[in-house]
Design a protein around this ligand. Structure first.
Ligand code: GDP
Length: 453
């Protein structure tokens, strides 16, 4: 395979930048562009050793650097790898990169180092995808989840199921192809039991997919409520800046203001809307229409009520509108005291929290309530689970086949038909792990990576 090079650190000024070279000729390229101090020769360096020296372009000094050698197969990619750590200026880093390109290396494509690790059997496809998740993790639980995958948890589970399917296929083939060998007949009831067991295990792999997706991708959420209950104040308190207009005059947030905010480990793609109430003001009316549409398109509704005044007709109408939506009710202005009858909201909305947006107190209760709405808990992230739509689709497809095989058996259909379905399920599991996958899928997986990883 060709020898590739890329800057593996961000394209920004920093203390150190790393230029990574991987491939059969990486040590040759390094010899041409790097002079170790003393009379060390890069080609004679053992794996996992480093040396100090000068990166140069045909003798012209570029920077003093540290060079580290990793010998195949004991490297990230499984190939000979050289990493040059230079001073982290954008210009100097680019110069070293260009010099490596002039001396026989080729530009690495997006994710090409990890793709090579996969092609060289260092990682399976789910682990390679987890590398990307580790890079983009924005919080502790997201990182834990990615690390869990990187350790191969989903791979092992899928592999276990695939092994069981393979064994069933073997039994069926042996029984059908060698009748004279006195091989015990495959009992449909046993087969059905085994398949149901596999179905259970596959289901457990996608069970926490939605909570995982919420931690990874965030949730679209909308703040609604009648005017003056404190929606903008809550929005500003969550986003930490004064973007919405906060006033005492009802109906001042007429447009939709959007912001990504983080509550605990959950990112909310949050929209603050015009207060929802009956209004004759045309412009305000447009804002109200948008707010109502956003209720339908958002995954989470944060419905705000004024805790210091009785429930109004507008509040009750809102409660009706958000019926069937995943909702957290925020009873705001708790600093002013709570109007006793307001707790009636708890009858309508299961997850209700009391807080003061103005004083930023009680926000942690909102976080717990959101987690409860999406059934997120610590354990969700420690179970083996698939991490993205590609992986989920493979399991979904495998499940359809296993379920059809179970029904076929229960309906007394021929084992030949069952065999075809089990084989198909097996193919989906092999494509999940990357053991049997098209080049197009591999390219698609790695196209999402950054260059240098
Ligand atoms: P919106 O129309 O629902 O967006 O309401 P605003 O956020 O503009 O707030 C309306 C008024 O209520 C403003 O005067 C806020 O300062 C006040 N307010 C909002 N939240 C609180 C709170 O938690 N406690 C108190 N005491 N006042 C609040």
């Amino acid at each position: 395979m060709s020898t590739i090079v890329a800057v593996s650190t961000p394209n920004a000024v920093g203390g150190i930048a790393v230029i990574r070279i991987s491939g059969d000729n990486s040590l040759d390229v390094a010899e041409k562009i790097f002079k170790p101090s003393g009379d060390r020769r890069i080609k004679e360096m053992a794996g996992y050793t480093c040396c100090y020296g000068i990166a140069h372009d045909n003798g012209e000094r570029l920077d003093d650097c540290i060079l580290t050698v990793f010998r195949a197969p004991h490297s990230y990619t499984g190939e000979d790898v050289v990493e040059i750590s230079c001073h982290g200026g954008i210009y100097v880093t680019r110069q070293i990169l260009r010099t490596a390109l002039k001396n026989g290396a080729e530009n690495a494509g997006a994710g090409e180092f990890t793709k090579r690790a996969y092609l060289n059997g260092k990682l399976d496809l789910t682990q390679a995808e987890a590398v990307m998740d580790i890079i983009s993790a924005k919080g502790e639980r997201e990182l834990k989840m990615a690390e869990n995958l990187r350790e191969g948890s989903a791979f092992r589970k899928a592999k276990e199921c695939s092994g069981k399917l393979m064994k069933i296929l073997g039994d069926l083939a042996a029984w059908a192809d060698y009748p004279e060998e006195d091989i015990p007949e495959v009992q449909p009831e046993n087969l059905c039991r085994e398949l149901k067991e596999i179905r259970k295990e596959l289901l457990s792999l996608i069970e926490n997919y939605d909570s995982g997706r919420i931690i990874r991708e965030g949730v679209s959420a909308v703040i609604v409520g009648r005017p003056n209950v404190g929606k903008s104040t809550l929005f500003n308190c969550l986003s930490g800046c004064e973007r919405s207009i906060v006033t005492d005059i009802a109906g001042t947030t007429r447009d939709v203001v959007e912001e990504s905010v983080k509550i605990g480990d959950i990112v909310l793609r949050l929209a603050d809307t015009a207060g929802i109430r009956d209004t004759d003001d045309i412009i305000e009316g447009i804002g109200v229409d948008i707010a109502e549409k956003m209720i339908y398109s958002s995954e989470l509704v944060i419905a705000v009520f004024d805790g210091n005044s009785p429930l109004t007709e507008d509040d009750l109408n809102l409660i009706k509108k958000i019926d069937n939506k995943k909702t957290v009710a925020v009873i705001n202005k708790s600093d002013l005291g709570i109007y006793p009858e307001i707790s009636e909201i708890e009858k309508y909305i299961e997850h209700t929290v009391y807080l003061s947006a103005k004083e930023s107190s009680g926000i942690e209760k909102l976080q717990s309530a959101i987690e409860a709405v999406f059934e997120i808990n610590e354990n969700s992230f420690l179970q083996p689970a698939v991490a993205n739509e590609r992986q989920k689709k493979c399991i979904d497809n495998a499940l359809v086949c296993v379920e059809s095989a179970v029904s076929a058996l229960e309906n007394g259909e021929l084992l030949d038909a069952v065999n075809v379905l089990i084989d198909e399920a097996e193919q989906y599991l092999l494509s999940l792990t990357g053991e049997k996958v098209t080049d197009a899928v591999v390219d698609e997986v790695f196209s999402r990576f950054c260059v240098g990883k």
